[in-house]
Structure formats: C-alpha cells, structure tokens
Design a binder for this molecule. Structure first.
Ligand SMILES: [Fe+2]
Ligand SMILES: [Fe+2]
Length: 187
C-alpha cells in the first residue's frame, strides 16, 4: 500500500495535533497533583497506552519514512536528522518510566507525588519540544520537498496505520480517554 508523500506529511501533522491533546490532558493531571488532588491514574495509563501503541509504534516509523525520503532525495536537507532516532528512543524511555509509575500504583505500590509530577513533566516537556522542532524545522523542509514538482510515494504496507483513538475505528478500551478528550474540548 502506497501513500502520497504530501498525504503522509498531513497525517503526521494531524498526529501531532492529537498528541498535543494528550499532553494537555497530562498537563491538567500535573495541576491536579500540585493542587493536592488525587490524579486520575486510569486516564494517565490510557494516555500512555495510546502513546505506546500509536505514537511510538506507528507515528515514529511513519516519520522515519518521511525522513528517509528527505535523506535520499535531498541530502542537503538532512542537517540534524541524526538527532531524531535518539530523541524517539529517549521519549519511549520517559514514557515507560511514567507508565511504570501508574502501573505500580495500580498494583498497590506507593509512588510519591513528587516522582509522579517529575516523570509526567519530563515526558510532557520533551515531547512538546520534539514536536515543536519537527513542526518548525523538519516538516517545513519536508513541505519544500513535497512542493517540488516530482510526485513522491511511500510504501506504508509494513505497519498498521489505524489510530485507535482518533481514527475511524475507535477501540472500545479507549472509551474513557475519548470522554476526557470531549470534556477537554468542551471546557
Ligand atoms: Fe518525531
Ligand atoms: Fe512527531
């Protein structure tokens, strides 16, 4: 299955908007903890489950396709691209730390508020920075490539591209997360 490079870029930008909603929800949870309230552990867990099954497993490999075309078509466009992979790995590591926190709480262990705030903040801060870099720098360069006269396609048959939260087929296990997204946009 192939996809037009221009459409891939649009999909990646839509992913970023969706991921930003997740980061806004996590930011709200940080505020709750700082206000002395109990965080919604189930929600944080759902968010991190989504970030693992979609952002890490689908969004990042899709970006690799885009960056791969940039490297092969326009080697002069590749400045800084070597930072992408270590940043994706670091994001997966920070995400895992946060997921471990909420899973520990679910299994009855104690996780301090400070640690939860720190792990959530680290993840939110790094992902916001990474998305901003891609949007303001890498995707702008990719847009120039897309706008050049040659039509380019990428092969996306190697991975499942369905988004279980924002896609056309929503997974039932994310119902609680979807309700929180609705509430956020209504507030
Ligand atoms: Fe990325
Ligand atoms: Fe990204």
């Amino acid at each position: 299955m192939t996809l037009l490079l221009a459409d891939l870029l649009d999909d990646l930008r839509a992913d970023h908007r969706n991921m930003t909603v997740m980061l806004d929800l996590l930011g709200q949870q940080i505020e709750h903890i700082r206000d002395g309230e109990r965080p919604d552990y189930e929600l944080v867990h759902d968010i991190m489950r989504y970030m693992t099954v979609y952002s890490d497993a689908v969004h990042h490999p899709k970006e690799d396709l885009l960056y791969g075309v940039m490297k092969s078509e326009k080697p002069e466009m590749t400045k800084g691209l070597e930072r992408v992979e270590p940043e994706h790995q670091e994001l997966a590591k920070l995400g895992e730390a946060l997921r471990n926190d909420v899973e520990a709480v679910a299994s009855g262990a104690t996780v301090t508020r400070e640690r939860l705030v720190e792990d959530t903040s680290n993840y939110v801060t790094m992902l916001r920075k990474h998305i901003a870099w891609e949007e303001e720098d890498l995707f702008r360069r990719a847009r120039d490539l897309v706008n050049s006269e040659k039509e380019m396609f990428v092969d996306i048959s190697n991975f499942d591209t369905l988004d279980p939260v924002f896609g056309s087929e929503r997974e039932h296990s994310f119902a609680n997360l979807l309700q929180n997204i609705k509430d956020l946009s209504a507030s």
